[in-house]
Design a protein around this ligand. Structure first.
Ligand SMILES: Cc1cc2nc3c(=O)[nH]c(=O)nc-3n(C[C@H](O)[C@H](O)[C@H](O)COP(=O)(O)OP(=O)(O)OC[C@H]3O[C@@H](n4cnc5c(N)ncnc54)[C@H](O)[C@@H]3O)c2cc1C
Length: 85
């Protein structure tokens, strides 16, 4: 989980200490935030192989302009069918 304002490069450094990484690597990595990358669906040098930022987002907690907090996430095909019905 990453909070608003988290610097992309610092998150990357923290992940690397656990042998993991956030694949897209936008060229602005040193000064952009993970939230900005999500909002832009940023891609980068490794996106041909791994995909863009949206491929690595499990869910979002979003504060709407009216103050309401919503949570988003991917639906299974069964959940989607149920929701559409
Ligand atoms: C030199 C340079 C190189 C770049 N290289 C790349 C690249 O290789 N690939 C690429 O895809 N893009 C690139 N970009 C574009 C951009 O910097 C990236 O897409 C970056 O990930 C955006 O992150 P940011 O933190 O700078 O966002 P910002 O520019 O600060 O914000 C972008 C948008 O996201 C919104 N936002 C930010 N944080 C949140 C949040 N927590 N919740 C909701 N909304 C939020 C802002 O309101 C704004 O609308 C580059 C830009 C520059 C200047």
């Amino acid at each position: 989980m990453v909070e608003p304002g988290a610097n992309y490069a610092k998150v990357q450094q923290a992940l690397q200490t656990h042998g993991r990484f956030l694949p897209p690597f936008p060229a602005s990595i040193e000064y952009c935030t993970v939230g900005g990358a999500v909002a832009n669906n940023s891609s980068g040098e490794k996106s041909f192989k791994y995909g863009s930022t949206r491929d690595f987002v499990r869910g979002l907690r979003i504060v709407l302009a009216n103050g309401e907090v919503i949570e988003t996430g991917r639906l299974t095909s069964r959940e989607l069918s149920k929701s559409l019905a």
